[in-house]
Design a protein around this ligand. Structure first.
Ligand SMILES: [Zn+2]
Length: 330
């Protein structure tokens, strides 16, 4: 009987490396970071391994470390003082807010660093929802106007990319319009195009101090039983002016990454390996059931293999450090 021998491709490590088709480098990572007002030293976030609330100073040190490992992209989340939160989230577009001040400092120290900023209202509203609430429901059209103001505020401070995550209809359109009419047409938009209402966001909400005071976000984030709505959201965001698109979460939505890659080959694609997905792997390792680095690598390669160009990952520095050690050979 004639048969094909597959084993020669993977007999030893050198063969496996030679035949690898998917590669990850530090440049594929976007490192999410939290900067918080009113703290005097960096604080670990509960149930979120290796993730901290940074002071502006500790943020600088963390970014310096990441850059030394080859990482050149960060996604910045701001956490304001509790008393600056309000019903209409005015502090989100105050040019003296924690995000704007941090962008200015980061760009001064690291001009080559690519700074992405989260554009949402949930850390700035007193009720913790992503938009303006009227009569106990989101007013979409008022919210997107405010998101436009937030994006302009971040662009003015020097952000390279604004990343609207509120999942409001027309948010990319409103931000694109606001950026262009204020002369910030070089600031690009990373759209959270297909963001599903996921139970895997738990640790992030503790980190961003943005758990909604009532209700949930299922009326504006995608239902995980839908495919077509996700595709339709991506189409709208591209039509409205998105430069890059994102699928969130990534690990549990690999099919959506693959679909987006095939349907929209022209646009850079980002997968967000979210907090619960990250902690799931961490806890597996902590229990001694799996090796932490092995499951992290396998998961990140799966996201890249599905079609993502970039991965927003809390494990960015953990993995980049190892890449450095092995000179990029996995
Ligand atoms: Zn939000």
């Amino acid at each position: 009987m004639e048969f094909k021998r597959h084993h020669p491709y993977r007999l030893d490590e050198a063969s496996r490396n030679r035949h690898a088709e998917v590669h990850l480098t530090a440049e594929n990572f976007i490192y999410p970071l939290f900067v918080r007002e009113g703290i005097h030293e960096k604080l670990p976030v509960e149930n979120f391994a290796e993730v901290y609330h940074h002071t502006p100073e500790s943020l600088l040190r963390e970014v310096e470390k990441a850059i030394s490992q080859g990482i050149n992209k960060i996604l910045l989340f701001g956490i304001p003082d509790e008393h600056k939160k309000s019903e209409y989230a005015e502090y989100a577009y105050d040019e003296q807010n924690i995000v704007s001040r941090s962008i200015v400092t980061l760009k001064k120290h690291f001009p080559e660093l690519m700074v992405f900023t989260d554009v949402c209202l949930c850390s700035y509203t007193s009720h913790g929802h992503c938009g303006i609430i009227e009569n106990e429901s989101i007013n979409n059209d008022k919210t997107i106007e405010v998101l436009g103001q937030v994006a302009v505020c971040h662009a003015a401070a020097g952000a390279d990319f604004v990343a609207p995550s509120a999942m409001m209809d027309g948010q990319v359109w409103a931000i694109h319009k606001a950026l262009h009419s204020n002369g910030y047409d070089k600031t690009r938009i990373l759209a959270y195009a297909a963001k599903y209402a996921s139970a895997f966001y738990g640790p992030f909400r503790t980190a961003a101090l943005s758990t909604p005071a009532f209700g949930d976000r299922k009326s504006y984030q995608l239902d995980y039983r839908t495919i077509r709505q996700g595709i339709s959201e991506i189409e709208s965001d591209i039509a409205e002016g998105a430069d890059w698109i994102m699928i969130k979460p990534a690990h549990t939505y690999l099919d959506m990454i693959l679909r987006a890659r095939q349907l929209f080959p022209q646009i850079p694609l980002v997968g967000y390996h979210v907090s619960g997905e990250y902690m799931m792997l961490h806890l597996l390792a902590e229990k001694g059931i799996a090796d932490a680095l092995s499951v992290l690598w396998e998961t990140h390669y799966a996201i890249k293999r599905a079609g993502a160009d970039f991965i927003i990952s809390y494990a960015s520095t953990i993995l980049a450090k190892q890449l450095l050690k092995y000179e990029g050979v996995q």
